[in-house]
Design a protein around this ligand. Structure first.
Ligand SMILES: [Zn+2]
Length: 224
């Protein structure tokens, strides 16, 4: 009996310690919750008095590196000389400068003006640009939280603007866009599936659980 206790007691103490540590760390980790439909409605609302445009496409991007809406806005204003700043409609953070999966909204979206994320095929005038923070060509894929938020946002926007799955494209899939964006590890099929229909990407290949982007062109990215 005493021997059994001598073995069991440390094991039980260890288990209690592990569970307690896990609970404390989970409580202390700042989490970002995917917004509800009402939350998305609030998030996607334009400025007062501004009407929503009839967006026809959703173009998906990666940022190529870490950043948040403020830092990329600054980069687009100062380095690209774009007076309207941040070229995308939405940015989904990776936990570096903004929350993991946090959705940030641009001033362009709030004012419903043209984007500056995909000049090819006139997409800046007709497509909602969503950028996932990270590099999914050279790094891994987006985080789980980014995927959850991205899927929720795409589901909401595609329903709101009646955008069919075939009009949800990776930047590099747009005719005339010479870019690898959003990278071969970006799961475009999941994003199209979010809009409620099967993936229609041209010849996708399975790659590490994700689908490799069918058409990868040159290394130039985000040219406008
Ligand atoms: Zn892009």
């Amino acid at each position: 009996m005493r021997r059994a206790l001598a073995v069991l007691l440390p094991a039980v103490c260890l288990l209690v310690g592990i569970v307690t540590g896990w609970i404390i760390s989970a409580a202390l980790t700042p989490g970002y919750r995917v917004p509800s439909k009402a939350g998305l409605q609030r998030l996607c609302a334009p400025n007062p008095g501004v009407g929503l445009r009839q967006w026809k496409y959703i173009i998906l991007h990666h940022s190529g590196g870490d950043g948040d809406a403020a830092s990329i806005d600054r980069y687009h204003r100062e380095d690209r000389d774009w007076e309207n700043g941040l070229g995308y409609g939405f940015l989904i953070g990776n936990g570096t400068l903004s929350g993991d999966g946090e959705i940030e909204v641009s001033g362009r979206w709030r004012r419903q003006i043209d984007g500056a994320h995909c000049k090819a095929a006139g997409m800046n005038e007709k497509a909602i640009g969503i950028c996932f923070v990270g590099n999914f060509e050279h790094g891994g894929g987006p985080s789980r939280q980014q995927l959850h938020s991205g899927i929720a946002l795409i589901r909401y926007l595609s329903a709101r603007f009646s955008i069919p799955p075939e009009n949800i494209l990776g930047h590099g899939e747009v005719s005339g866009a010479n870019t690898k964006c959003p990278g071969r590890h970006f799961p475009l099929h999941l994003m199209r599936a979010a809009a409620g229909a099967p993936d229609k990407a041209a010849a996708p290949q399975r790659h590490g659980g994700f689908v490799r982007v069918g058409r990868l062109l040159d290394r130039r990215e985000h040219r406008r």
